[in-house]
Ligand binder design. Sequence first.
Ligand SMILES: NC(=O)c1ccc[n+]([C@@H]2O[C@H](COP(=O)([O-])OP(=O)(O)OC[C@H]3O[C@@H](n4cnc5c(N)ncnc54)[C@H](OP(=O)(O)O)[C@@H]3O)[C@@H](O)[C@H]2O)c1
Length: 250
Amino acid sequence: MFLKNKTVLITGAGGGLGRAIARACAENGANLFLHCRERDKDILAFARQLKEYGGEVKIVGVDLLQSDSIDTLHQAVVSKQYTIGAIDVLINNAGVKSFQKEFPLVTQTNWIWCMNVNARIPFFLCQRFIPDLSVNKGAIVNISSLSGHMPRGRSIDYAMSKAALDIMTRCIAKEYPQVRVNAVSPGYVDTPMVSEKTRSKDPAPYIAKPEEVAQLIMWLLSPDAAHVTGEVIPYIGIHELEDLKVKYSK
Ligand SMILES: NC(=O)c1ccc[n+]([C@@H]2O[C@H](COP(=O)([O-])OP(=O)(O)OC[C@H]3O[C@@H](n4cnc5c(N)ncnc54)[C@H](OP(=O)(O)O)[C@@H]3O)[C@@H](O)[C@H]2O)c1
């Protein structure tokens, strides 16, 4: 219960990985702010389940691409702080996938969309929440991707956005030693973001379960990782390790 009396904000908490992270945090005693695009009945039902672990659970519905999304999210969290305490942990999990186009076909709209959701929003959320996190000696975990350091083909827009997230993680960690700032960089994870074709492949060891990635995040947030900051930690399968070896042997 190392997250008891700690408050965690998770963006994209209604998605595949977001739900697994939220559940793992709740199991460890956290109070939660679940960010999602809309407060629909699905997320309300999920929040009710999480409340059974004993912590407070609040939902903040905001489209991150709205021009005032950072202010709206921050205001919502700050105004509820009186009931569930200041933020100790920010998990930048919301993300969008690549448009899966070859380099010459990627449009400015595609590129900007990926960079906006996957890099710009986490950047400004970190900037907005870092004063609270500094006071609380808190932590940030950014959800990156193996794509950020390994070319996979037809995903240059996504890959660039995750590479930006990785270097942002290291820069903020260096500037704010009082906050632990790390990223987790999975290969394929079994969530709606991944195509049915990939998800239908042999699940072990081809594709990770969201719960496994969530456990890595729990370790990062735990006292066992008190020394760890500025890291981008991969969570990849054996087939992806082979791809990496090919890359580094060139
Ligand atoms: N699945 C993988 O193989 C994999 C691998 C490496 C890294 N990741 C990263 O893991 C993170 C979670 O992805 P996932 O796999 O769990 O996919 P997912 O189920 O599609 O979750 C992504 C979440 O982000 C939210 N989101 C996207 N754009 C938003 C916006 N403009 N406003 C508000 N919310 C927005 C989505 O909300 P809506 O559902 O409303 O759109 C969704 O809840 C992402 O950062 C992704 O890049 C995934």
